[in-house]
Design a binder for this molecule. Structure first.
Ligand SMILES: [Mg+2]
Length: 220
């Protein structure tokens, strides 16, 4: 049995900047900060890293309460922004998830999104229900730590000694996946710089070749 942990942004879906737009609006609404994310490289970073880092650049601290308030304001903005920007699934994702759902695998998420943001992104695209659980930005700002938490949850849905596979689009996914002992399948549908994915066990241009993708994810 295999445990699959999918990243969201650039791997399952492209939200065309909707997350950035919604966060920018939330920063403005909550704290009066304009263009809070300008100049930040946050590809592959968790929401719980992005928010405190953006606040710190304004000389402000971020309490646990601030994060909770941020999620409450951000998620509705995210819903609107995803519609405005016409978020969409990456190529081949839907047939792949449908095929995987009929196999002996545990389908999970490993994403830096807040859990509520992950649902806001995936539910309108019709794929939230495929995933039994996962690791999320709420668990830890650090990607390795949040993947480890998610893997622990997913093991409860799987058989003992199941192999873990992390699927992602950035060097952060590759590094964190290997750090938790997972095999890493990287996809070039997202936000990686040239060379960033070289350490992955397998690199695919996208997930549109069903047989090849299944082989990469479940082929041992
Ligand atoms: Mg990503």
């Amino acid at each position: 049995m295999t445990i699959l942990m999918f990243d969201i942004d650039g791997t399952l879906a492209r939200s065309q900047g909707a997350g950035t737009l919604a966060m920018t609006r939330a920063f403005r609404q909550l704290w009066g900060i304009e263009n809070a994310l300008d100049g930040m490289n946050f590809a592959g970073r968790s929401d719980t890293w992005i928010v405190p880092t953006a606040l710190a650049s304004q000389g402000r601290e971020c309490s646990a309460e601030d994060l909770t308030r941020f999620v409450d304001v951000y998620v509705p903005h995210l819903g609107d922004a995803l519609v405005e920007r016409r978020s969409q699934l990456c190529p081949g994702v839907l047939p792949l998830l449908e095929a995987l759902s009929r196999q002996e695998v545990t389908l999970g998420l490993g994403t830096g999104n807040f859990r509520r943001a992950a649902e806001a992104k995936l539910a309108p695209l019709g794929i939230w229900h495929y995933f039994v659980d996962g690791g999320f930005g709420d668990d830890d700002p650090d990607r390795t730590a949040l993947l480890a938490r998610g893997l622990g949850r997913l093991r409860a849905h799987s058989s003992e000694g199941a192999e873990a596979v992390v699927i992602g689009d950035t060097g952060h996914d590759v590094e964190a996946g290997h750090a938790i002992g997972a095999k890493v399948v990287a996809v070039r549908t997202g936000y990686a710089e040239p060379g960033e994915l070289d350490a992955a066990d397998i690199v695919l241009d996208d997930l549109s070749d069903l047989e090849r993708s299944l082989q990469a994810l479940c082929g041992g």
